[in-house]
Design a protein. Sequence first.
Length: 209
Amino acid sequence: MTAGFIVTGTDTGIGKTAFSAMLTQALNGSYFKPIQAGLEEETDKEAVSRLTGLPGSKILPETYRLNTPASPHVSAEIDGIEIDVERLVLPEIEGPLIVEGAGGLLVPVTRETLYIDVFASWSLPVILCARTALGAINHALLSLEALKSRGMTIHGIVFIGDSVPDTERTICEMGNVRRLGRLPRLAALNSASLAETFSQNFRSSDFFG
Ligand SMILES: Nc1ncnc2c1ncn2[C@@H]1O[C@H](COP(=O)(O)OP(=O)(O)O)[C@@H](O)[C@H]1O
Ligand SMILES: [Mg+2]
């Protein structure tokens, strides 16, 4: 059985890819982004490749590559592609698999299916990435509610950004979720800085066993 984590977040552009790169590298795992919407800028898969020292074999190909940077359902329609939810399956691999979704949990994959429902069909625990900036409490607690209402396994929460202790505490207490660590804003985002941040701010044991 494939083991690993689903990395999701409260929003787009918050650092899910940066965290996924850090975690994939730290666990010597494989990275998988099932749907990439937007191909003109660096893709998430390319970013993970650049940000880690991992060989190409550990960065898996996407199932759907869509041209327009938009919600997958719209991006697919623009490309004239129909996303077949049945094709959104996890690759069978050895070692931990880090799967990154798109945007937040209630992003539509098609006009009938939300990304969270695709996640729920996979038996992997979820890591929620949340910002620490103003607005984070509301977004994080809403995301946790959505996960809980579907009975999904929440592995823990990762904060991204400056330290705001009360925000982190409030989310963990009121959302009843484990804090895995915080990825601060790094002046240089690269393999070495991500490795150092993981060893200083996270516990490997939280991700194994
Ligand atoms: N911890 C960080 N320190 C510095 N820059 C970051 C950090 N996390 C993310 N970024 C930058 O912020 C932008 C969005 O991050 P990304 O990981 O792509 O977000 P998401 O996957 O949630 O859309 C990227 O340009 C990325 O390089
Ligand atoms: Mg991303």
